[in-house]
Design a protein around this ligand. Structure first.
Ligand code: ATP
Length: 351
């Protein structure tokens, strides 16, 4: 694959792109740079505009405003089939009467490539996607995960510069989905193709993406590596959407201390005024009653090696979740009083 002329240039640049459907701003002034060979996730709740953005990249929808540049070239005038981007649909759209090999060869035959070249590329792609032993089967002789791999292989065999995937694992059950997340990442790495994936599943984005963008109501809220977004969410919405977060509404006093009912916590970079403290379940430690934030255990949930204690406190409106390793869960029982020790260095403050 040819490298962009300037390696510092992103492979794909989305520049102030907007799209409205009547009064609905489906995509509202979004700017994004996507790097070569990146596994990039577009993430957000239903209706946030992720599919619309993907369809504009693929050329099935034209932007109401803004530009889309591939390797520095505006691709807006190009119809979908002329774009070096390939969209893999959620419904795999495999040809039912063709074998796996024929499904993969079809697109290359349309490009009028030589027979030898087609065979070589199809063999290589089937090996990469673990489909070699299924080459002569038809789609109805394959499992859901295998069909998903054929759809992916069919997109990869055409060697697009960028592959767009709309909820590619949406039709699979949880176990298979988790396995395919890792497989997809491996195949992306091997193929050396930039992937842009749309998902509403935050766990999926955290597992697979090199970087992700979080959208809400057509607007871009945050872009970053999974660990950045998880540890430093830009606002309360992102904090709540990615992973589990406990929120405590209170205020920062003039001495810079965050105060809520039963809680005083010295925090950094706080300005006096109303504030919400956000803390992840793994950043709270448990202690005997009377030490810190007082609470009562309302529920205990088992999560394999971890336990999640649901704790009622005066400070937080909802039950607070505290994640502890099973070995450290001790003899805590529902109804026990305890205290919660929040690590101030690992909190976020939203003001
Ligand atoms: P989901 O996860 O449910 O697929 P999404 O984030 O992909 O959601 P979009 O499908 O991009 O969201 O839709 C964004 C907004 O634009 C929604 O409010 C939707 O109702 C609206 N919308 C999308 N396509 C059209 C259309 N063709 N005509 C009218 N409104 C549309």
């Amino acid at each position: 694959m040819s490298a962009p002329a300037n390696p510092a240039e992103p492979i794909l640049r989305i520049e102030s792109v907007a799209k409205s459907f009547g009064p609905v701003k489906a995509v509202d002034n979004v700017s994004l740079d996507i790097r070569e060979n990146e596994f990039f996730a577009l993430l957000g709740p239903s209706g946030c505009g992720k599919t619309t953005l993907l369809r504009m990249l693929a050329g099935f929808e034209s932007p109401g405003a803004g530009r889309i540049l591939l390797e520095g070239r505006d691709i807006s005038p190009l119809p979908p089939e002329k774009r070096p981007l390939n969209l893999m649909f959620q419904s795999y759209a495999l040809f039912p009467h063709m074998t796996v090999r024929q499904n993969l060869s079809y697109g290359l035959e349309m490009e009028r490539l030589g027979k030898g070249e087609i065979r070589r590329r199809v063999d290589e792609t089937m090996a990469m996607t673990d489909l070699t032993s299924f080459a002569d089967r038809k789609p109805d002789q394959l499992s859901g995960g295998q069909k998903q791999r054929v759809a992916l292989a069919r997109a990869l065999v055409k060697r697009p510069k960028v592959l767009l995937l709309d909820e590619p694992l949406g039709a699979l059950d949880k176990k298979l989905r988790e396995r395919m997340q890792l497989e997809l990442k491996r195949m992306q790495h091997e193929a050396g193709i930039t992937f842009i994936i749309v998902t509403h599943d935050q766990e999926e984005a955290l597992v697979m993406a090199d970087r992700m963008a979080i959208l809400k109501d057509g607007r871009l809220l945050q872009v970053g590596a999974p660990e950045d977004v998880y540890e430093r969410p830009a606002d309360r919405f992102v904090a709540n959407f990615i992973g589990v977060m406990n929120f405590i509404d209170g205020a920062v006093a003039s001495d810079g201390v965050f105060e809520a009912e039963g809680l005083r916590l010295a925090v950094v970079d706080a300005t006096p005024g109303p504030a919400t403290l956000a803390v992840r379940p793994e950043n709270i430690a448990l202690g005997p009653p009377g030490e810190r934030l007082a609470g009562t255990i309302a529920d205990i949930a088992y999560h394999g090696l971890d336990r999640v204690l649901h704790v009622r406190t005066a400070a937080a409106e909802a039950l607070m979740q505290v994640r502890v390793p099973a070995s450290g869960a001790g003899d805590w029982r529902i109804g026990d009083a305890l205290s919660l020790k929040i690590d101030p260095a690992k909190c976020r403050l939203f003001q």
